[in-house]
Every structure is written in C-alpha cells, then in structure tokens.
Design a protein around this ligand. Sequence first.
Ligand code: DGL
Length: 270
Amino acid sequence: MDQRPIGVFDSGLGGLTALRELRRILPGEELIYFGDTGRVPYGSRGRDTILRYARQDVAFLRSFDLKAVVIACGTVSANALAELTAENDLPIFGVVGPAAQAAVAATRNGRVGLVGTAASIRSGAYETEMAKLDGGVRIFAQACPLFVPLVENGRFRPGDVVVETVVREYLASLKEAEVDTLVLGCTHYPLLYEVIARFMGPEVTLIDTGATCAARAARALEEKGLLTDREVGGCRYFVSDSTEDFARLAGIFLGGSVAGSVERVEIERY
Ligand code: DGL
C-alpha cells in the first residue's frame, strides 16, 4: 500500500488522455499532472532539447514525494525513456511499449499504421518495440506535425473543416496501404479520435497510447503493491503557461471543470 501521488506529464494537453484513464481505473489515487504548455510542441525539436525538457519536467514532479511517474507523451517516451529510467529511482512508465503490444495484438492482416510527431517517428522506437514482439508486422509510419498545434488550440471537433482537411492529408496514404490497426503514437491524437476514426473507417482499430499506458501502469503498480487504499483521490494540475487556457480546454476534455486546481510553474528553474 502506498498513499503517495503519481506524477503524470506531457508537453501540453495530450497527457490528459492518460490521466483521464488513470482517474477512471484508479479513482482513489492522487495524481499530479504537469503540462509544459509554455514549450509545446516537443515533437518538432531535436533529441537533446526533448531530453533537457523531460529532465526538468521530472525534476519538477519529483519536488513532490511520488511513487511513480507516467510519461504521458509519445515524443518523450520515444526519445528519453531510457535516460529518465536510469536517472530516477522510482518506476517510470512510457507509452511506446504498451502501444506496440496493443497494436501487435490487434492487427489481423499484419499491416499497422503509425502516426506521431516528427521526433517520435524519427526515433524508430515504436518500430523497434513492435519488431521485438512480431518481426512479421509491416509498419507504415507518418509524421503529423500539425495535429498537436490544432489540439492545443482547441481544434479537435468533428466537422471542423481545418481538422478534417489535415486528417485527410496525413492519413490518406495509410488508408491506401490498407492498415487494419492505427497507433495514435502521440497522446494528443486521441482528442482527434472521432475525426480519425471516421476517416479510417470502422474496420481499422485505433490504439490510444495514453489509455494503453495508463492501464499498463495501473497493473504494474498493483503487482508491486503500490496502490492506495483510499476510495477517493484527486488531481492537481500544473502548467508552464496560462492557467486559464489550460483549464478551459482541459475542462472540455475531462468533462468537468478543473478551474481552481491549475497552478503555474516556472519550469526553467528545475
Ligand atoms: N503529446 C505529445 C506526444 O505524445 C506531444 C507532442 C508535442 O509536444 O509535439 O508526442
């Protein structure tokens, strides 16, 4: 039994896809969320910068006495998981491994699509993980650099002509490749779930990296005896830019107001 909080971070709003699932499956846990909204996007940056930002994010979260950290960011998981794990003496969960496992289990024709930020696709991390599980799976990867800015600006609803156009442009080649499974390799992308699902069609299984990672982390914490016995937990939110903008969009996405529980952090101090 462990009553300490779990830290969760992302470059911005995307990690809320993992947080929402953690809250659903582990309602008694205290969660501390950090969204680096002042420096988003990470996915268009080089590996050194991503690693520096990720180290600061973890250092901030560790100013709380945590029992685990969930890297709710595909870009950080794909580029910095090994370093963060080696440098920290607590369990750290990334999104790549669980998503790769879910994709390999889901595909029936062995053709898996992968979308992510430029830095995630460049890293080859998802391909490496999937190859370890099944060398026969063919992966069709596509970087989608415009998705994160759209989501961060609240443009994720079906019917939004800009969003529909960008989705069509990025995903047409994957549809032509006849993938039957699509890994949403960035935690922002499940906010576009409906638009993507509608474009790809009902025969394509979408893998939500945030939710898959949350489920894996919950299982691992349970196995290690690190879950709380509280029945009702809570969540505090921290961001590195406007708390109002984050509260507005997070409230829409989480389906309930978070105003009053969002605080600002000077992340460069960490
Ligand atoms: N949610 C991050 C990811 O999963 C965001 C990417 C970004 O900041 O570009 O990759």
